[in-house]
Design a protein around this ligand. Sequence first.
Ligand code: HEM
Ligand code: HEM
Length: 466
Amino acid sequence: MNDDYQYDNQTVKGFIVSSIFWGVAGILIGLWISVQLWKPEWNVPPFFTYGRLRVVHTNGLTFGLGVGAIFGISYYIVMRLAKTPLLFPKLARFHLYLFNIAIALAAVSLFAGMNQSLEYAELEWPLDIGVVILWVIFAVNIFGTIIRRKEEQMYISLWYIIATVVAVAILYIVNNLSVPSGLFKSYSVFAGVNSANVQWWYGHNAVGFVFTTPILAMFYYFLPKSTGIPIFSHRLSIISFWSLVFAYLWTGAHHLVYTPLPDWIQTLAIVFTVFLIAPSWGSVVNGFYTAGADWPKAQANYLTKFFILGITFYGLQTVQGPTQGLRVVSQLIHYTDWVPGHVHMGTMGWVTMTVAASIYYVIPKICKTDIYSIGIANTHFYLVLIGQLIFSITMWITGIQQGALSKAVNPDGSLKYAMVEIIAKNYPYWQMRTLGGVIFTIGMLFFIYNIYMTIRKGKALAVSNA
Ligand code: HEM
Ligand code: HEM
């Protein structure tokens, strides 16, 4: 049995390449919509308007880049931590093909305007069924491989992957329960305030179980692997895991502060939201102490900066997030650009940095070579860091400005600013965001070139060794 079969590296590589492909498409569309906000002529009806492109951006990156990387890298991690091949390697290959077909159909349907109007759950019911099939295949392979494992101990990354598989399945199915009225149209079984509550229970946990738990699984696996320094505390990692998964599921209503949702539900969500700082920082502290245990050794590895900056953004994000849930803060920043600022510190900072660093580790390993260029990886790192900072900081400034101006009143109680005046003041910030996005995108192009050249290098070595 050759190594490739045993560890099914080709499927892992396929998922990584697919995730990068959908990621680039999603990022370019992100740039496009960022321009549309200050240059409306860039809307091309009917398919390429802001309303349609925005959902292609969020779905392309959440499901294409995020979930694609999660599938591939989870397979990589589980096989190694279980010390056993995937239970059904052929099914995993089918999973890869089906994943790409589903993402392509999702993009086409969203361009065509088919939309359930639930954020992050926009896909219509036939595609929802496809997503459930994809997830069942993933679950069968993950659980099957873990059950057959040859290593008795369950490292923390496995727990985070299990939580991802279970939670996403429940959340996705419940929030997508609907009654079809045709092939391309359906109506949710929930209505009014119930619908909003279920939607944000799902929406916030999409953040928790797509942009947090699987990314923490990668962080806990690849930081020790790439530095050679064992994780600082297994006990802390387990305590933060259980408290994180317990608390996350109660917090969704913090998206609905000051809405008709009963007050007590909002308050319950806010309490759990504030509590979330603790388990989140459990992982942040664990990461810092791991690298700090032998800083010269950690520093010598080019991936450490990705992981440490990534977890630092996660740390900032998980202080900012709980603050946003508080009523006094929410009334200022909700419905403003502050929120996309928060979102992109998490997605461009924490998620994309950690995923990219994991890919930098995995690709050379499975191509049996070294990374093509550490210099290019460093350039990539600084460009995405600068791009993300420009993006987030400008959105925070303009968000506070929007919140403050829309609340300003004259002595007679009338509003001081008309909506259009507030919007006009956003233009310079929106232009800065596009600049940040361009810098980030150039950084990602350096990353792709480096990965492409590493795969080529691996192939050339394999030929010369044959
Ligand atoms: C302790 C952890 C976190 C908490 C308590 C939290 C809290 C919040 C709150 C209260 C909002 C709503 C803001 C508003 O609209 O008024 C929000 C939005 C959001 N957060 Fe976080 N956040 C956390 C971590 C993260 C992380 C790690 C990410 C990863 C990328 C993230 C991504 C998002 C996204 C995508 C939204 C926008 C949702 C939407 O309106 O479409 N958050 N968060
Ligand atoms: C060049 C990089 C990027 C640019 C220019 C960009 C641009 C944008 C813009 C303009 C919006 C709409 C904001 C609004 O409605 O006011 C948005 C939303 C969003 N983007 Fe990005 N984006 C980029 C990268 C990413 C990445 C890498 C991810 C995920 C991995 C991501 C995930 C999201 C999400 C989840 C939202 C919805 C936020 C919300 O509803 O509050 N973006 N992006």
